[in-house]
Design a protein around this ligand. Structure first.
Ligand code: SF4
Length: 341
C-alpha cells in the first residue's frame, strides 16, 4: 500500500481585512502519496496558493487557518509552533516560489544561500556544505557548477535562478516539495526545462511534489493526480487521465477549452471562461461557479452540490452529476445523470 505523505482534511483559511473576512479556502480535503506528483489548478483567487502557504504554515497576518487538519507523515502540523515548523520547513517540506528574484538574497552568492540551508539543517562543515552545494547545482543542470557556485543571483538568467531555487529547496532532500507557479515568469523553453527537472528529481529522490499553477497545460505531462480549485473549494479531483479525457465539472471543461491541446489532433478555437470569480467576502451559498456556468440551473445558486464519486480516484462537485435530465448533453460527452446515479 502507498505511504500517505500529506493529508489535508476540511481545511478552512481566511484573511481578516477591513472589508470583512475573505474566506480564501472554504473546506478542502485531499491527500498525496509518497513519490506522487499532484497539480493544484485554478485561476487566481481560487485558493490554490493560500492552500500551499497553509501547508507550509507561512501565512502572515491577516491570514489564519480557521479549522481543519493538515497531516504530514501522519502528524497534524496545524498547531505546531513556529520553532517546530522551522525544522520541518526546508528539512522535510520545501517550497519553490513563483519569482526567484524576490526569494533569493541579492547580496549573497548562490553557493552561500544553498550552503546556509545545508549547514542549518544537516550540520555539515562549511567545506562539506560547499561540496554538496556544487552537487546540487549539478543535479539541477547548472553548467560549470564549481564556478557558478560563487556567482550572485544577478549573474544567473531567469531559468538558472529558478533552478538555483530548486537546488536550495532540494538541498535537504525534502519529502515534499511545493512549487507555486514555478514556470509562470519563464519562456516556454525554460518552462519545459524546469518541468523536466522536477520530473527527474522525483525519479532520483522519490520526492512527492505539489505543483500549483493556473495553467492546466503545465500539469499535463508531469502530474499523476490533479485537484481543480475554484472559489476556495475543490471542484474536481482525479488522475491526469480523468481530468484531461473524462472531465465531469463544467469549470474543468472550461479550463480545458481555454488551453491549446496538441493531443486532440485538430485545430480548435480556444474559448476563455467569461466572467469573474466570486467575491469570497460574501461567497455564494450555492455552487460558486453558478454565475459563469453555461449549464447553471435554479438549484445551483440555492444549494451547494455534494461531491459525486465517479470512480475510486475521481470525484466532482456539480448538480449535473446528481440530477436526471435527458435534455442535457455537454459537448465533452458527459450526459447529465448518467454518472454515478
Ligand atoms: Fe454549473 Fe450548477 Fe454544476 Fe455549478 S452545480 S458547475 S452551476 S451545473
Amino acid at each position: 500500500m502507498s505511504e500517505k505523505i500529506l493529508e489535508v482534511k476540511n481545511l478552512k483559511t481566511s484573511f481578516y481585512t477591513h472589508l470583512g473576512e475573505v474566506q480564501a479556502v472554504r473546506g478542502i480535503s485531499f491527500s498525496l502519496n509518497k513519490g506522487e506528483v499532484m497539480g493544484i489548478v485554478g485561476e487566481s483567487g481560487s485558493g490554490k496558493s493560500v492552500t500551499s502557504l497553509s501547508i507550509m504554515k507561512l501565512l502572515q497576518y491577516p491570514g489564519e487557518i480557521k479549522s481543519g487538519d493538515i497531516f504530514f507523515k501522519g502528524e497534524d502540523i496545524v498547531n505546531k509552533k513556529n520553532k517546530e515548523m522551522l525544522n520541518i520547513r526546508g528539512n522535510e517540506i520545501a517550497m519553490i516560489f513563483q519569482d526567484p528574484m524576490t526569494s533569493l538574497n541579492p547580496v549573497y552568492t548562490i553557493g552561500d544561500q544553498i550552503m546556509e540551508v545545508i549547514i542549518r539543517h544537516q550540520g555539515l562543515s562549511k567545506k562539506k556544505a560547499k561540496e554538496k552545494a556544487i552537487d546540487m547545482l549539478r543535479l539541477v543542470g547548472i553548467p560549470s557548477p564549481e564556478e557558478r557556485v560563487s556567482n550572485y543571483p544577478y549573474e544567473f538568467s531567469g531559468g538558472m535562478r529558478q533552478r538555483a531555487m530548486a537546488a536550495i529547496a532540494l538541498s535537504c532532500e525534502p519529502d515534499l516539495l511545493i512549487a507555486d507557479e514555478p514556470t509562470t515568469a519563464l519562456d516556454v523553453t525554460i518552462q519545459d526545462q524546469i518541468l523536466k527537472l522536477m520530473k527527474d528529481l522525483k525519479e532520483k529522490l522519490d520526492t512527492s511534489i505539489i505543483l500549483i499553477t493556473h495553467d492546466l497545460g503545465v500539469v499535463a505531462d508531469i502530474c499523476t493526480k490533479i485537484v481543480v480549485m475554484y472559489g476556495g473549494l475543490v471542484m474536481e479531483e482525479g488522475t491526469s487521465k480523468d481530468i484531461f479525457y473524462n472531465p465531469k465539472h463544467p469549470y474543468t471543461m472550461g479550463l480545458l477549452k481555454s488551453i491549446p491541446r496538441l493531443d486532440l489532433g485538430e485545430k480548435k478555437r480556444l474559448i476563455p471562461i467569461t466572467g469573474t470569480p466570486p467575491d469570497l467576502i460574501k461567497p455564494p451559498k450555492g455552487c460558486p461557479f453558478t454565475a459563469r456556468c453555461p449549464y447553471a440551473m435554479k438549484i445551483c445558486s440555492l444549494h451547494a452540490p455534494k461531491y459525486t464519486k465517479i470512480d475510486e480516484n475521481h470525484k466532482a462537485m456539480c448538480w449535473l452529476l446528481h440530477k436526471q435530465s435527458p435534455n442535457m448533453k455537454m459537448d465533452t460527452g458527459v450526459k447529465r445523470g448518467i454518472v454515478n446515479e
